[in-house]
Design a protein around this ligand. Structure first.
Ligand SMILES: [Zn+2]
Length: 351
């Protein structure tokens, strides 16, 4: 999309500002025109987000600053509402928002759009924690039990290596690459410790295998965080003392965004699995649950249950390296499609 010429936009701004002789005021219409943006207004929260192809600016009338891409605090000056309820920006606020949203090469070298810069692959369990098993009481050394920790490590390593090869410029991390015990806290720390530039995101994909006392249960499913769960996603560091009023609201907005991305990621992985193993096992769909690892990750996160070791037929499949490779291919395909569409590369290809 092409932006209006800067001089024309400036004229518009001046014209809108000149409408009020008392002090320069700019209408919402002029600000949106200026930034090529659209407004998302949250009436319940009394705050708005100006979204452009290059970023998002969150503001609240009565608060003299806003947040760029939910991260960077920008001083704006007055933003108010007229008695009729219209949003009114001081010329300083309009200028600050325009500068923030149109500053060239604001965030990353290649693109100012948000991109997925890091992918965390998390094979569940390990070491002293075997996870589920097809036969927990089996002590036969010649026919060792099928253990979740081994299944998910094989799949996780496969996915990790494929993604590393596919994305040489992204950070790809695996939380364990051997049969070792890694606590849930440690897994979350590994993911949260990855440092990103503004406008970069990371995703977290945990891999598990299922078991049920009902031996007929079979198939793969993906879990994400339920909508009503609140996390402290945006850290208050650096927001200043007057942040306390706006903080929970921003947190809530960020939460909604992570939830939306988690659902997209989960759907994409389900679709990938459907394509590679759908003819063997049923797709049990996308489900919501506040798993620990997912809950403590400040990023879009999903948990995959690749299948049931408690189901005799599915256990036979899960014991085959070729089937685990198919599961890994499906998960990789789903992640890559999500990442490519998030990064916008699909858009340019399809046009
Ligand atoms: Zn598990």
């Amino acid at each position: 999309m092409c932006k209006p010429a800067r001089s024309a936009a400036l004229l518009l701004l001046l014209a809108a500002g000149a409408a009020s002789p008392a002090f320069a005021k700019v209408s919402l219409w002029a600000v949106l025109k200026q930034t090529s943006g659209k407004l998302e207004w949250y009436s319940g929260l009394g705050m708005g987000v100006i979204e452009t192809p290059d970023g998002e600016f969150v503001f609240k009338p009565g608060v003299s600053w806003g947040l760029l891409d939910y991260r960077q605090r920008i001083r704006t000056g007055a933003i108010t509402r007229s008695p009729r309820g219209d949003l009114v920006f001081s010329s300083a606020a309009a200028r600050a928002i325009e500068t923030a949203l149109t500053r060239p090469l604001r965030s990353s070298r290649l693109s100012s759009r948000a991109t997925i810069a890091a992918i965390v692959i998390d094979p569940g369990h390990g070491g002293k924690d075997p996870g589920t098993s097809d036969d927990p009481f089996n002590r036969d050394p010649n026919h060792p039990p099928l253990l979740e920790k081994n299944i998910v490590l094989a799949i996780g390593l496969n996915v990790y290596h494929q993604l590393k090869a596919h994305y040489p410029h992204k950070i790809v991390v695996i939380t364990r690459d051997r049969d070792v015990y890694v606590s849930l806290e440690r897994r979350t720390k590994i993911a949260n410790a990855i440092k990103l530039a503004p406008n970069q995101e990371k995703i977290f994909v945990s891999i598990h295998a299922n078991a049920s006392f009902y031996r007929g249960a079979r198939g793969f499913e993906v879990w994400y965080l339920p909508p009503d769960y609140q996390r402290r996603v945006i850290r208050d560091k650096g927001l200043g003392s007057d942040a306390s009023a706006i903080y929970p609201i921003l947190n809530n907005l960020r939460e909604q965004e992570y939830e939306r991305d988690s659902i997209r990621l989960g759907d994409s992985i389900l679709q990938g699995l459907h394509e590679t193993v759908g003819r063997y096992e049923p797709d049990r769909g996308l489900k919501a649950q506040d798993w620990f690892v997912v809950r403590n990750s400040r990023m879009p996160a999903v948990l995959i249950e690749v299948g049931f070791v408690s189901n005799p037929e599915e256990a036979t499949l899960l014991a085959k390296p070729s089937y685990l490779a198919k599961l890994a291919d499906g998960i990789t395909l789903g992640i890559e499609r999500f990442v490519d569409s998030f990064d916008g590369t699909n858009e340019t290809e399809s046009r």
